[in-house]
Design a protein around this ligand. Sequence first.
Ligand SMILES: C[S@@+](CC[C@H](N)C(=O)[O-])C[C@H]1O[C@@H](n2cnc3c(N)ncnc32)[C@H](O)[C@@H]1O
Length: 239
Amino acid sequence: MSKHASIEDAEASGKYIRRIRSFVKREGRLTKGQAGALERQWPKLGLEHQAEAIDLKAVFGRSAPVVLEIGFGMGKSLVEMAKAAPDQDFIGIEVHRPGVGACLLEAEEQQVENLRVYEHDAVEVLADCIADESLSTIQIFFPDPWHKKRHHKRRIIQPEFVQQLRKKLKPGGILHLATDWENYAEYMLEVMQAAEGFRNLATDNAYVPRPDHRPLTKFEARGQRLGHGVWDLQFERIA
Ligand SMILES: C[S@@+](CC[C@H](N)C(=O)[O-])C[C@H]1O[C@@H](n2cnc3c(N)ncnc32)[C@H](O)[C@@H]1O
């Protein structure tokens, strides 16, 4: 468990070695609706990045399987999933503030309560706030593809990162990835096939059909309009 007082301290002590970020912070404007939802809902649903693991039972007031989503965008599909699975708890992480506001607004409108959100870099939240072997599922849908080859190092799916993810899953837990960028899908498959401690749930050892519980996201709908394919990968933690 990390004991650094702040990210700056942690950086100074060399804790975060992976400084190549998977995102560029955009200071997008908040709509009135998003700002209002942040004000009303953050005290209820917001989680602050801190230097120690959160107590999931205390946060949700019960013991239930916990699904973590990294980079939920505007949060529409995350809220839809949380609403459709009231027997599970959901945590979303997103760096884009208008997205967090949009997600909270949607949660408010849908009266979803089995959801908490971080507005922070998922790499740091995972390292500092999420206990090992605590999650039933981790999902990363349509992560930024970083098209140019010289930017591929920014892709969030990397061998070291998937081992971080594996540690946070309970044995038998699932890592679910989806992308509409074929080159990234191939890269994800390559990384996951080489990753220790995972088993591919695809019958042909490649991609799985989109599971019914994953709603169509905004990016996916756009991809479909552009005639892109979509690739889902599901891997189980076996060690
Ligand atoms: C291409 S968008 C996809 C959003 C959403 N999953 C969807 O399908 O509509 C990728 C999102 O991941 C977020 N993101 C990228 N790196 C992140 C990180 N390290 N921590 C949290 N969010 C991140 C970005 O801000 C962006 O909103």
